[in-house]
Each structure stands twice: as structure tokens, then as C-alpha cells.
Write a protein that binds this ligand. Sequence first.
Ligand code: NAP
Length: 286
Amino acid sequence: MKIIDGKAVSLRIKDEIKEKTAKLSESGIIPTLAVIIVGNDPASRVYVNNKKKACEYVGFNSVEYALDESVSRNELLGLIDRLNADSGVDGILCQLPLPKHIDENAVMNAISYEKDVDAFNPINVGRIMSGDFGMLPCTPAGIMELIASTGESVCGKRAVVIGRSNIVGKPTAMLLLNADATVTVCHSKTKNLKDICRQADILIAAVGKAGFVTADMVKEGATVIDVGINRGKDGKLRGDVDFEGVAGKAGYITPVPGGCGPMTIAMLMKNTYNAALRRQNTETCG
Ligand code: NAP
């Protein structure tokens, strides 16, 4: 069994972006990410701080807009309109979850698809369906990078994704399909889940339940990607995979923490860099 080191893979990607950003800066363009955070959710604060730190590392500007929990939908949409129109802003990220009185879909729809570095806007979601991968959702894109880092081909493999959320399960299934895997998507109503998982050469766990995937659900030698982030009563993070049990059976496995988490941020940097590159092309070509 080999552990896929998400920290190392993400660092390699961030270092590549850092180098390219230094070159881009010579043309006067510094990639700029606007980060919106609403309220005082401690987990959101940690995520936002990590994203800002990553921006600093690769040489981007990040501008934070910290809004009060009581902000109205219209005020938030107004800010997004201004950021959409600001030619100095390449990417806009609105940290989820939002307070209950604000419709998250309306906010995702409001972010211009060209600046939608989380790729949650329906235009970017739809583009994935047609194989246009201009802006990929960060966690699924990170999962594909982790699989690629093993050097094993995805083509013709049997892939099983547990979870069908719009931000992880569904887009991950589309990316695996595009890479020529034969893909099965499982969810809470799936029958014979264990049997289906046992057929997987590549098993993706995006369930949100600590230790959900046990060794008896895993094929010998499978690549197991654990997307789950579950905080236990002891404060420790655990994945959706029973790492100790599954590690003895998997060919490759991601740890939690240190697997998918760092990759999500690295892919956010990649999307922001690519958005800045499009700005440069627009400015150059008029
Ligand atoms: P989600 O929206 O809650 O979706 C969970 C999925 O798991 C649903 O499709 C659900 O099925 C399915 N499920 C629940 N119980 C199941 C069962 N007993 N058998 C089979 N499927 C079952 O969660 P998410 O947003 O996709 O996130 C999943 C996990 O990944 C969470 O722990 C989250 O914190 C983590 N995450 C990590 C990152 C990262 O950067 N590493 C990013 C995003 C999310 P139904 O659709 O039928 O309800």
C-alpha cells in the first residue's frame, strides 16, 4: 500500500503556479482573488484563512470582504455585482455555508462564470457535462490530480463514487467518466453498496460519515480517495474511510488530513491563475 501525499502533490502544484505568477506579474498582472465571508462560523474562518495564506504563498493578491451575519441578500448580491465589474479582480469566492436567510444558489448564480473560481455557477457546472474544462470545481479537480499522481491510468478502470452532491460526487463522476473510467455513483438509497464498492478499482468516498468505508468494501489493490472531513468529539479530523483497516488492502490511499483537503486549495489557486491569464489575453488582444 502506498499513501498518496496530498500535501506534497498540492505543494508541487502551488510551486508551479508561484513560478508562473512571477512571470505573469512582469506584464503588470497580479492574480487577485476576492474572498467573501459572511458571519462568524469558525470552520469557515479557518478555510478562508488557509485560502488567503495560499494566495500569499503563490504571489496572488487576496482581498477579504467580511460581512456581518445579518447582511441582506441584496447587499451581498450588490457586492458581487461590483466585484464582477471590477477588472482588477480575477476570481470571486463566497465561502459556504451562508446564513439561512440567503439563498446560496442565487449567490452562486450571481458570480460571473469567468470569475467563478469555485466553479459552482450553473454555466461552469453545465460546461463540465460537455467536456469543457475551463473552470473545474476544486475538490473534484484535486481528486483527479491525486489519482494522476499515482501514475496509474484511469482509462477502462471501474470507478465507484459514494456520494452525489453537486460540489463533490456528481462532478467527480463526470471527470472520471471523461478520463474513460466506467463510473457508478452511489448514494443513501443504493442497494448492495458493499458489493458495488468491492468491484471498484478506484473508490471515492464523499459521504460525510467518519470511518464509513471499511476493509470489506474494498477490492485488493484499489485506489481509495477519502474526501470526507469529519471532526470527532476529541476535536480530531477523520475521513470517510477507516484508514487503519483499509490501508492493508488498498493499493493507494489518501490520508485525512493531508489528502484531498490541501488539493482543494491548490486547485483554487490554479483556477484563479487561469482567470488572470484570460485577463492578460483580453488586455493584450483588446
Ligand atoms: P453531502 O452533500 O452531505 O453529500 C453526502 C452524500 O453521501 C449524499 O449524496 C448522500 O446520499 C451520501 N450518503 C449519505 N449516507 C450514505 C450511505 N449510508 N450510503 C451511501 N451514500 C450515503 O456531502 P459533500 O458536500 O459531498 O461532502 C462529503 C464529505 O466530503 C464531507 O465530509 C465534507 O466535509 C467533505 N468535503 C471535503 C472537501 C475537501 O476539500 N476535502 C470538500 C468538500 C467536502 P443522498 O444524496 O442519497 O442523501
